[in-house]
Write a protein that binds this ligand. Structure first.
Ligand SMILES: [Zn+2]
Length: 461
């Protein structure tokens, strides 16, 4: 496909027209956010009013609920919503205004959207009451730089780390609740739901997806006669494979590799991110199953000890959270592995497409002399890779893997490598210059006080 110069190089006229549209959209968005903040405040006021009505009553709980129902019904009738819906809105607004003042303030100023606030509220439910103030401040700060989707991932890690009971402890209890349940959903269909460890569920889902993609790729390369053509969607193929594999295979769970239980049977490529102190067993901070969420340190340590090449192990610096090294340095694939480790997802601002599904982009075009070096490469999903190629967006890589995007109207956005946005002071005393190197294949690692020459390059093994 040839690029269209009208798209890749905007004329001055086109650029000013787009600049005006952009300013108008921003203004509308700001007004909307401010109006939503105003609505939140007044609904919270309704909640406070209902609480005051019930004050002094002895049957506190019932009276408070009745007072709230009465107020919600009054508002609901006026705005033509159900009283239940309004009562939920009042509850939510009351909690937002009281527990998340910084977040509501940012909404009021048009710095965040309602979608950001919903993420803060949702993840914040898991934060102990006495820490909500601290969570609110940090969460608002994180949201200022990110889309709601990316912010959620950071906030989940933040909420995990603020929880007084470690994930390891909670996981041990929750693991005893694993089960399979089935629900009839009508039309002769049923739903099968499995509750199990996140790593296993992710391994299962990715394996089925890989197999399904292979089926679809095979049928595309050999479409057949058109009469018996397979037109199943990805979802349908996945469901069929799921049934097929479960009904026709015999249980083989047991130590199939170096790992106990089902972990050794996982054949999908899954990335797990392990803080150094957790790997050393000196800390139980949650680890990160890339693109999915936190997992407990015990499981992550088991996976880190496994060296069959299925798991990609990433080591993060205990202080900065940046990727320090990836394992199994092989000259041919080292850069690719390092990039996937550093970027974890597409580097277009706000995109969360996992790096394993991304293409490697030469930020400065190879055809124009851009070098194949880590400091000129990043992961971009197919959509954003082609947008970079065929629209007037420009990209440049700065130090430390920071990607700078310049929009067609000349605005500049920076996208930091993941892990950069959330800084935690580790509970343990760790030297600032602690570095870890994997030794290849054996799964062993050693800690050195010699920093790697350039943290942006693969560590020399
Ligand atoms: Zn993308």
């Amino acid at each position: 496909m040839r690029s269209n110069p009208r798209l890749t190089l905007l004329s001055d006229e086109d650029r000013s027209e787009l600049t005006v549209i952009l300013a108008e959209v921003e203004e509308a968005q700001g007004l909307l956010a401010a109006a939503e903040a105003a609505q939140t405040r007044v609904l919270a006021k309704a909640g406070a009013f209902a609480a005051r009505l019930a004050e002094g009553s002895t049957a506190v709980v019932k009276d408070r609920d009745m007072a709230l129902r009465g107020v919600a019904a009054e508002i609901a009738a006026a705005v033509r919503l159900s009283d239940r819906a309004v009562q939920r809105q009042i509850d939510s607004a009351f909690a937002l205004v009281n527990d998340y003042p910084a977040t509501v303030h940012c909404l009021e100023k048009g710095l965040l959207t309602r979608a950001h606030v919903a993420v803060v509220e949702d993840v914040g439910r898991r934060v102990p009451f006495e820490l909500k103030g601290e969570f609110d401040q940090l969460a608002a700060e994180i949201c200022l730089d990110e889309t709601p989707g990316r912010a959620r991932a950071d906030l989940e890690v933040l909420a995990e780390r603020m929880n007084p009971r470690s994930l390891t402890e909670r996981h041990a209890g929750a693991f005893r609740e694993r089960k399979i349940v089935r629900y009839p959903i009508g039309d002769g269909m049923s739903e099968l739901r499995s509750v199990h460890s996140t790593v296993l569920i992710e391994g299962i889902f990715q394996r089925i997806t890989d197999e399904a993609n292979a089926v679809i790729a095979a049928r595309e390369s050999n479409p057949g006669d058109g009469v018996t053509a397979d037109t199943r969607s990805l979802d349908e193929v996945r469901a069929d494979l799921f049934a097929d594999m479960l009904l026709t295979s015999t249980p083989g769970i047991g130590p199939t590799g170096d790992l106990p239980g089902g972990l050794g049977a996982i054949k999908a490529k899954v990335q797990v991110v392990i803080p150094v102190m957790a790997l050393m067993g000196q800390s139980d901070v949650p680890c990160d199953l890339a693109g999915v969420g936190p997992i407990d340190a015990n499981t992550a340590r088991l996976l880190a000890g496994n060296s069959d090449g299925t798991w990609e192990r990433l080591l993060t610096h205990p202080v900065t959270g940046l990727t320090m090294a990836v394992d199994q340095y092989r000259p041919t694939a080292a850069m690719d592995r390092f990039l996937k480790g550093r970027d974890k997802h597409c580097r277009w601002p706000g995109c969360r497409m996992p790096a394993r599904k991304c293409e490697v982009d030469h930020n400065h075009d190879a055809a124009l002399g851009g070098k194949t070096e880590i400091c000129n490469l990043c992961c971009l999903c197919q959509r954003h890779h082609s947008m970079k190629q065929f629209t007037a967006w420009k990209v440049r890589q700065l130090d430390g893997g920071v990607i700078e995007w310049t929009s067609p109207t000349g605005r500049v956005y920076t996208d930091n490598p993941p892990g950069h946005g959330v800084h935690f002071s580790p509970e343990e005393d760790v030297p600032d210059d602690l570095w870890v190197k994997w030794t290849t294949f054996t799964g062993e690692f050693r800690i050195t006080d010699q920093p790697v020459d350039n943290p942006n390059e693969p560590a020399p093994f």
